[in-house]
Design a binder for this molecule. Structure first.
Ligand code: 9MR
Length: 381
């Protein structure tokens, strides 16, 4: 019996028992989306295998628990626009169809990012650099084509992703070198023109660190000063067991919300594995060689660490529940532990446990901890 049929059988049993008494059901009565309804959306990043319906375990979790999805990779430039004159929308279309079939809020990720963008974007065929105007034209074409295709259907876009260094200064990327600092303004203008009703976001990681957070706030204020409407700010939320503290996370939400726009936690996960680089966040350029000491839980997660993870999620969700009026969405970066990018970064081939569902699709103690927060903090009807 697979997980969903076990769940269905338990649900039937609970219903039958419920006819005679009101027992405590072993089955959660509803999903996370209902548990936080009226407070914030709850979602997950999904991969193409899941969107295509070829991973029934994940599909069951996503449809039961979440009301918003983000495509983990299929809307990134290298996937959706692999060659100068050809777009490849098959996978993105599957993502949108899946979300629409289940009535979900669809987030587009991402239009402008220094990573997963082919080199040709910035170069002529002979390898020489584009001029500012040429790159702007290419960017406008990309954004208007991709956003235009899903106009009115993908409701929110991570327009620019990870434009900041850790000290809060603007990252040196080909976009910035060729266009100048106003590449962000232009990207938002192109996206706004392509879908005037879409929500447009700035998204980055480690905004829990004060210097980077100040940089993000200045960046968004700069956009606003240039006449750009920004509809939300995304803190990715690639965290670990110690960082950020609950207090740091709380001040992150409060300070970002001081921009006057909702906060989105866009890529939440919590690594439990040792960090070889002593860095935080999600800089995919930072990798390390595999060593056994770096993969301590390959045979399973000890109860002690499982409890730490549950306590961590509880702490973060207590903040989210308390600040629900400032938070619009909380999206996990992956559906279950087996599908997480953290099994491959910053060391390949490890066994990580960063999410609320385990590799067999079962709810973890961290899930239960989040549900306890949801019910203890539920607004009185
Ligand atoms: O989860 C994504 C992984 O499958 C890709 O290999 C990786 C490549 O850059 O990107 C991952 O997603 C990233 C997201 O798009 C932006 N923030 C950091 C995420 C984790 O690296």
């Amino acid at each position: 019996m697979n997980h969903s049929s076990v769940r269905a059988a338990l649900a039937a049993l609970a219903l039958a028992l419920g006819a005679c008494s009101a027992p405590e059901s072993p089955v959660a009565p509803d999903g996370l989306k209902e548990a936080f309804a009226g407070r914030f959306l709850v979602g997950a990043a999904i991969n193409d295998f899941q969107a295509a319906g070829r991973d029934s375990m994940s599909v069951a979790i996503v449809t039961a628990e979440f009301n918003t999805i983000t495509p983990e990779n299929v809307l990134k430039w290298e996937v959706v626009h692999p060659k100068p004159d050809s777009f490849a929308f098959d996978a993105a279309d599957r993502f949108v169809a899946f979300g629409e079939a289940h009535g979900m809020f669809l987030v587009g990720h991402t239009l402008v990012w220094h990573s997963q963008t082919p080199r040709w974007v910035f170069e002529h065929a002979d390898g020489s650099s584009l001029t500012r105007d040429e790159l702007l034209a290419r960017l406008e074409n990309h954004i208007s084509t991709v956003v235009g295709r899903y106009k009115g259907r993908i409701k929110g876009w991570d327009v620019v992703n990870e434009a900041l260094n850790e000290d809060g200064t603007l990252r040196d990327t080909p976009y910035r070198r060729i266009i100048g600092d106003d590449y962000l303004v232009k990207a938002f203008e192109f996206a706004r023109a392509a879908d005037p009703d879409a929500q447009l976001y700035y998204n980055d990681y480690s905004l829990a660190n004060p210097a980077k957070r100040r940089g993000a706030i200045a960046l968004v204020q700069g956009l606003q000063a240039a006449g750009v409407r920004v509809d939300g700010i995304g803190e990715q939320g690639h965290y670990n067991l110690d960082w950020p503290s609950v207090a740091q996370f709380d001040s992150t939400v409060v300070e970002l919300a001081s921009l006057g726009m909702p906060v989105h936690v866009t890529e939440l996960d919590i690594t439990v594995l040792p960090n070889p680089n002593r860095t935080q966040g999600a800089d995919i350029a930072e990798t390390a060689e595999a060593r056994a000491a770096l993969d301590p839980y390959a045979a399973g997660l000890p109860d002690s660490v499982q409890s730490l993870l549950a306590a961590r999620y509880e702490g973060l969700f207590r903040v989210l529940a308390a600040r629900a009026d400032l938070v619009e969405r909380v999206t996990f970066w992956g559906v279950h532990d087996g599908a997480s990018w953290l099994n491959g970064w910053p060391v390949r081939g490890r066994t990580n446990y960063p999410l609320l569902f385990d590799r067999t699709g079962l709810r973890k103690p961290a899930y239960d901890a989040v549900r306890v927060v949801a019910s203890e903090t539920a607004p009185k009807p």
